[in-house]
Design a binder for this molecule. Structure first.
Ligand code: HEM
Length: 435
């Protein structure tokens, strides 16, 4: 870790505009310019400590030092995350709510999500065979909306798929600072929460017979530490915390499909799947491509680190994208190279696309296994079960827009299924170590 003392301050009275203008480059760029993995700046009128790298991540995920209450701006709660959900909880309340999420992530349920997702993809591909152009990113959001709802025990009528997929997509697309996208994400959230609140009430009354191992059942019947059921509105937020991020996986899948096209040598390795190549490829997609830029937390109680005084309630931001590209951790970090994960020793703090630390104790993403499971099986499906052509198109992606996808949203043509049955995929063992 490279730290200058005293901790440097970024130039300018407030850097919010620079953050919006520079996007994913903002934090890594300033760390490089100031030659320090920690620096101070002001964002939205507030003093903020920004940091990146393994050691910084380790500190950030120490629950004794940091808390999440009021760490996320209201605009992000109103569009992306929702209010009253697990993301903003601390201490016992957080642990208890987190256990609720993690109880859904059993090996059997992970195998279920894989089967559901691959079946949904397989049905979609049959439609793609009849289409001239397929906009992969948009179509995959629908596949994942169906997958998420089915896995979570949420009934979804065919005629509602497009609307719900659009809403989930708008919520994910809302976090980058554009007012128009915020408004659309907020509206989508209001519609989703109304719908999901109705689902929760119907699951509670037994009108919707959700199986006991599904998210709809587990969340609807979850009890708070005070013994009471979750408020139906908060239960809706938490149910959305399952289906929305499943749809968010469309970003990684689109980047991954693009990586297959741009690095064709990976295709045969994926087909062979030696040394668990599908996992290496998936990890590299999650490391290399930009998605979650950073996380915020507030100082729980004052402490000193590298002689810097972290004062109570100060806002601290961890550079997620920059840590996944930190040159102290990764050789040639700006090269796409799945093989780097071959002998990777694993670290909960150096590879943090979905947060760091321990899933049970801290805020690390509860759905990391689901994400990895879906990604691996889709990449294998794309290489083994289907052929397609990638026509000329604009595959550039902006590093200043958050979130970002290839400009064309990855168009494919002449899609052809190679296998009629999914039998071969069903035999595929993936439930071992998925992360
Ligand atoms: C594209 C895929 C995904 C990405 C990039 C992603 C990223 C993240 C990040 C960055 C966090 C916050 C970590 C922190 O607060 O320090 C998080 C938390 C969370 N994610 Fe994900 N996630 C993804 C998929 C999923 C899926 C598929 C699910 C559920 C099935 C899920 C459920 C959650 C939940 C419940 C939390 C809150 C955990 C807590 O506060 O303790 N995520 N995710």
């Amino acid at each position: 870790m490279n730290v200058k003392t005293p901790i440097p301050k970024a130039q300018g009275i407030d850097n919010t505009l620079a953050l919006i203008k520079e996007g994913f480059h903002f934090l890594p760029g300033l760390r490089k310019e100031l030659e320090s993995d920690i620096f101070e700046t002001r964002l939205m009128g507030q003093k903020v400590i920004c940091m990146g790298g393994k050691e910084a991540a380790e500190m950030f995920y120490n629950n004794n030092l940091f808390k999440r209450k009021d760490a996320v701006p209201t605009s992000i709660k109103k569009s992306l995350l929702g209010e009253g959900g697990v993301h903003g909880l601390d201490d016992e309340a957080h642990k208890q709510r987190k256990r609720m999420f993690l109880s859904m992530m059993t090996p059997e349920r992970l195998e279920d999500v894989r089967k559901i997702a691959v079946n949904e993809l397989n049905s979609k591909v049959a439609e793609w065979e009849t289409k001239e152009n397929v906009v992969f990113f948009e179509e995959i959001k629908e596949v994942l909306t169906r997958t998420g709802c089915k896995w979570a025990g949420i009934p979804l009528r065919d005629q509602d798929v497009k609307q719900r997929a659009w809403e989930l997509g708008e919520m994910v697309d809302s976090f980058g600072g554009s007012v128009a996208r915020f408004r659309s994400g907020k509206k989508a959230r209001e519609s989703q929460e109304k719908w999901l609140k109705g689902i929760v009430k119907n699951v509670r009354s037994g009108k919707i017979p959700a199986p006991a191992n599904t998210a709809a059942y587990i969340i609807s019947h979850h009890r708070e530490p005070n013994g009471k059921q979750l408020d139906a509105q908060i239960a809706a937020v938490e149910l959305n915390n399952i289906i929305r991020p499943i749809v968010a996986t469309a970003y990684y899948l689109t980047f991954g499909a693009m990586a297959l096209h741009e690095h064709p040598e990976t295709i045969s390795s994926l087909k062979e799947n030696k040394s668990n190549y599908s996992l290496m490829f998936t990890q590299e997609v999650r490391r290399f491509y930009p998605f979650a830029p950073a996380m915020g937390a507030k100082v729980k109680k004052s402490f000193y680190w590298y002689n810097y005084h972290f004062k109570k309630n100060m806002l601290v931001i961890l550079d997620i994208f920059g840590t996944n590209h930190h040159p102290d951790i990764w050789d040639h970090p700006d090269e796409f190279n799945p093989e780097r994960f071959k002998d990777w020793k694993g670290s909960p703090f150096s590879f943090i696309p979905q947060g760091g630390g321990d899933h049970h104790i801290g805020h690390r993403c509860a759905g990391e296994w689901v994400t990895v499971m879906i990604m691996r099986s889709f990449f294998q499906y794309l290489t083994e079960n289907v052929t397609y052509t990638v026509p000329d198109q604009n595959l550039n992606y902006s590093m200043t827009r958050m979130p970002t996808v290839p400009k064309s949203r990855f168009v494919i043509t002449r899609v052809k299924k190679l296998k009629k049955s999914l039998h071969d995929l069903e035999d595929n063992e993936q439930t071992h170590t998925v992360i």
